[in-house]
Design a binder for this molecule. Structure first.
Ligand SMILES: [Zn+2]
Length: 306
């Protein structure tokens, strides 16, 4: 057992397989990696007081976050900000909802493990917000067995998840589009968000529920209409219905093709599409990143490339 560098609790650690970094697995902060230099340098008192932002980040992401000098600089520069109290309460209700397999399911909340999900500094802060969620009628019960109320489900359904760092990619599974998928993922990552995509095998396995849940959880959706796949129209429409921003892309030829199977369907073609051309995907990726930054602002994750 070693001390978690983010919350000082006991955690396990292992060497990162292909980077100068250590991977920690902490019951409070989740699994994350921290660069060797950063780990050796430790924290300034100011960074120390702001570490809870990093716990919030590592707890909420599905991919392994690397905390490096860039992350710590952004922390020191004050770029991580506290969400307003209603957002913190929303994050708690959403956490219970995400774990509920049915309406009325009873979920155990461990305040000492779960407080980073609401960007709290301590379990005590989480306690106040949890009690408030109960008073507001969004949750019922107590931390040992809590449920989202019908009022709580309605409240969540009516609002897009503004605290999420996830971006759902809706596009065809055609193998030829793999480089496009990579260009989109790269743009999302460079803007500070986490690209999420369901694999074809999972899709065929009938996971509409999972797709719906992932879109619901996402901050925005990037939809590539290339190939005119029905699922992409469905996913984009579903997201728009929830008030989630959809950034729409397609291949260049799709905009003015005379072939109706290729051409964009009329009900979407007036929208402001970003288009890509083979051989110019790097440029497309940069334009997409700029679009994301313009529409949504920079996301909470560290940009891998800029
Ligand atoms: Zn921790």
């Amino acid at each position: 057992m070693v001390k978690c560098p983010l919350c000082d609790k006991d955690s396990s650690s292992e060497q990162h397989p292909n980077a100068d970094a250590t991977i920690f697995n902490c019951v409070t902060c989740g699994k994350f990696a921290i660069g060797g230099l950063q780990l050796a340098a430790g924290w300034t008192p100011q960074e120390q007081g702001r570490r809870y932002h990093l716990s919030a980040l590592t707890k909420s992401t599905k991919t392994l976050v690397m905390i490096d000098a860039g992350t710590v600089k952004r922390l020191a520069d004050g770029l991580f900000v506290d969400p307003p109290v209603p957002r913190k309460i929303e994050a708690i209700v959403r956490r219970v909802a995400d774990q509920s397999k049915e309406i009325g399911a009873r979920i155990v909340m461990r305040l000492d493990h779960d407080y980073p999900i609401a960007t709290c500094r301590t379990a005590r802060e989480m306690r106040v917000l949890f009690d408030e969620a109960i008073k507001m009628g969004y949750l019922s019960g107590n931390t040992d067995e809590t449920s989202v109320t019908v009022k709580g489900w309605q409240w969540l359904t009516e609002k897009p998840n503004a605290t999420s760092s996830m971006a759902f990619i809706a596009m065809s599974f055609d193998d030829k589009l793999r480089p496009v998928k990579e260009a989109i993922s790269k743009a999302i990552g460079a803007a500070g968000y986490e690209p999420i995509r369901v694999d074809e095998e999972e899709y065929v396995g009938g996971v509409m529920d999972k797709i719906v849940a992932l879109i619901r959880e996402s901050r925005f959706v990037v939809a590539d209409f290339t190939g005119n796949r029905g699922g992409v129209y469905y996913e984009a429409g579903f997201a728009l219905g929830l008030g989630i921003t959809v950034i729409q892309v397609c291949t260049h030829s799709q905009l003015d093709s005379t072939d109706l199977r290729v051409r964009l369907h009329f009900d979407v073609n007036h929208l402001n599409f970003l288009h890509w051309k083979e051989g110019e995907l790097q440029d497309f990726s940069t334009r997409l990143k700029d679009r994301i930054l313009a529409v949504l602002g920079r996301g909470p994750l560290v940009a891998a490339t800029d």
